[in-house]
Design a protein around this ligand. Structure first.
Ligand code: ATP
Ligand code: MG
Length: 231
């Protein structure tokens, strides 16, 4: 397993947001997490990926238990093995698409060649916009730059929190097609979404409710996810 989450709990102050979530993600698996607003989806994603510490339980990524790592060790694991895509693309406005894609590797002092960056931009269909700044790109194009940035260092797992949330249907479909390519390439994807049609593209869907896994569905269609959320 690439990720193993065991009885994960997360409390903010006196609010128990996650109450014993267990799940695993296999290599090359696409897992979607759905559930009502406030059910803890983003919190689960952040705890699973080491962006937030868990309050109880454990998370193992590629065999390493996150709680045993130093801050530096955790940062290294994230940098070398994990990629992140958020609803708000989080691009640096003053940098071109090319420099945004190169930034994480440069910050990590990891060599990334011009060819690597061009390949990442070509993979997301933006080879011809490499010199554009985010303000000159559409929302869908900005999200594709953010995905290129996440993929440039060839992560084993891509975490995405509402990656299509700010996009129209067509741009959203393009982003989902790209995520499909990442999975076809043998990498794992964990995606939080409100969009049941997006979730229906996953191999497995977890329905989160009140901080616990309410349902787990294998290759469901959107209607089956809708039903599982309601009952
Ligand atoms: N840093 C924080 N401090 C305090 N409470 C928080 C924090 N982050 C999240 N929460 C609370 O945890 C609960 C779950 O939040 P979370 O963002 O995980 O929900 P979500 O399922 O992603 O919702 P949405 O669909 O609206 O994005 C909410 O009640 C939220 O207010
Ligand atoms: Mg959220």
């Amino acid at each position: 397993m690439v990720i193993e989450v065991d009885r994960l709990g997360k409390t903010f102050g006196d609010t128990e947001v996650l109450r014993g979530v267990s799940l695993s993600v296999a290599p090359g698996e696409f897992l979607a997490i759905v559930g009502p607003s406030g059910s803890g989806k983003s919190t689960l994603l952040y705890c699973m990926s080491g962006l937030e510490p868990a309050t109880s339980g454990s998370v193992r990524i590629l065999g390493t238990t996150l709680g045993t790592l130093s801050r530096g060790g955790l940062a290294e694991l994230r940098r070398d093995h994990l990629g992140f895509v958020f609803q708000s693309y989080n691009l640096i406005p003053s940098l071109t698409a090319r420099d945004n894609v190169a930034l994480p590797a440069r910050l990590a002092r990891r060599g990334i060649s011009g060819a690597d960056i061009d390949r990442a931009l070509a993979e997301v269909g933006l080879a011809d916009r490499a010199d554009a700044r985010p303000s000159a790109l559409s929302g869908g194009q900005q999200q594709r730059v953010a995905i290129a940035r996440a993929l440039a260092l060839r992560p084993d797992v891509l975490f995405a929190d509402e990656p299509t949330g700010a996009l129209d249907t067509t741009a959203g479909e393009q982003v989902l097609d790209l995520i499909g390519k990442v999975v076809a390439d043998g990498r794992s994807v964990v995606m939080v979404t409100h969009d049941l049609r997006a979730a229906a593209r996953a191999d497995r869907v977890l329905v989160l409710r009140d901080g616990v896994v309410h349902r787990e569905l294998d290759h469901p269609d959107a209607a089956a996810i809708f039903t599982a959320m309601g009952d």
